[in-house]
Design a protein around this ligand. Structure first.
Ligand SMILES: Cc1cc2nc3c(=O)[nH]c(=O)nc-3n(C[C@H](O)[C@H](O)[C@H](O)COP(=O)(O)O)c2cc1C
Length: 342
């Protein structure tokens, strides 16, 4: 199988497995251990609660991120278009999935090119950081950004996923120097992102020193990529290796606190297992600017644009009511709202 065919078939099976199998981590996000203090006298008008913010030069209408997922196949093109139309309609930020397939084969670029459907949104390009150790350089990063007219580039760090994949790229040595060069030269901000196992305080500090503008903690508690790879395993032995990591990772709430404490200067996004508007609001109170969801939006987008928009509106309304009952009139106040730890 050629490299491009291999990436395409991997992407197709990732979508199928995520839609059909139980791929949840054995851990929870830890957000269930935090609660807001109810304010019976909020002194706010619900209709005036402000969910907007400016980020990387774009106006965002609600602090919800449609996390990086897909591209590279006709099915992925349709999902990306649905997500883009829904993001444009509701004013959300959106990431496309890893663009490696289209860097290797430019004929696949169309599956990622959603800018025409979402001219105003904050849009993130996406590549695996490890590819910087496998022949990729600044020009590939620039191509990924140009391909989708992105506002920023997400470099994902998926060491464990690569390690439990039969065909994984597992040389993560000496990567930080290369990330630093990309951050220095690329004209758009670079965000470091995990894929569901979170960042430690040490990892966050290293990335901040390398010059990333932000971190998406993508912690444990939601989609587990070792579980996804378990379903792709070609034999029992590979499946057992992947299955051993079902409880691995830093829960999203813990990762967020780690990163906030060790790299307070960075812009933070929280993702990994967020299931509701209240989860997102808690993440903002813990220091994030956006709360990202992947698996949940994949399921909505596989149905229709209308269902995706409806899902977004429900999450948005839940954030708004949560802010009202917690006495936070806008996102800055929410960031300064105290949570009780149970
Ligand atoms: C089908 C699918 C494909 C994904 N592909 C990528 C990817 O290409 N790049 C990336 O950074 N993250 C990717 N992710 C990871 C998500 O962005 C997210 O970090 C992770 O799934 C945890 O969020 P969740 O628990 O809300 O699903 C993917 C997730 C899903 C469900």
């Amino acid at each position: 199988m050629s490299k491009v065919t291999q990436i395409k078939s991997r992407k197709a099976s990732h979508i199928r497995i995520n839609l059909e199998e139980d791929v949840r981590s054995g851990l929870t996000t830890g957000l269930e251990r935090f609660r807001f203090i109810h304010q019976a006298v909020p002194e706010l008008n619900l209709a005036d609660i402000d969910l907007t913010q400016d980020l990387f030069g774009k106006k965002i209408k609600a602090p919800i991120l449609i996390s990086s997922m897909t591209g590279g196949t006709p099915e992925a093109e349709s999902l990306n278009r649905t997500l883009a139309e829904a993001a444009q309609e509701t004013g959300l930020a959106l990431g496309v999935g890893s663009q490696r397939a289209a860097i290797e084969n430019p004929k696949l670029a169309y599956t990622f090119q959603i800018r025409p459907y979402a001219p105003d949104i904050l849009l993130f390009a996406n590549l695996g950081a490890v590819q910087l150790n496998y022949g990729y350089g600044i020009q590939h990063c620039q191509r990924a950004v140009d391909m989708v007219q992105a506002d920023a580039l997400i470099l994902h760090f998926n060491a464990l996923q690569e390690a439990v994949q039969p065909e994984g790229d597992t040389n993560f040595a000496g990567l930080l120097d290369k990330v630093e060069k990309v951050c220095k030269v690329l004209p758009v901000p670079v965000i470091a992102k995990e894929v569901g196992w979170g960042f430690s305080a040490k990892a966050a500090r290293r990335l901040a020193d390398a010059g990333v503008a932000g971190i998406d903690v993508a912690g444990a508690g939601g989609t587990s990529w070792s579980q996804v790879e378990k379903y792709r395993a070609q034999n029992e032995s590979q499946a057992r290796l992947a299955a051993a990591f079902v409880d691995w990772g830093i829960p999203t709430s813990e990762a967020l606190i780690n990163v906030r404490n060790s790299a307070p200067e960075l812009i933070l996004f929280a993702s990994g297992g967020l299931r509701s508007g209240i989860d997102i609001a808690k993440c903002i109170a813990l220091g994030a600017r956006l709360g990202g969801m992947a698996g949940l939006f994949l399921k909505a987008a596989s149905q229709s644009v209308e269902i995706t928009i409806q899902t977004i509106r429900e999450i948005r309304r839940e954030i708004q009511v949560c802010m009202f009952a917690a006495g936070a009139g806008d996102l800055t106040q929410l960031q300064h709202t105290e949570l009780v730890k149970l």
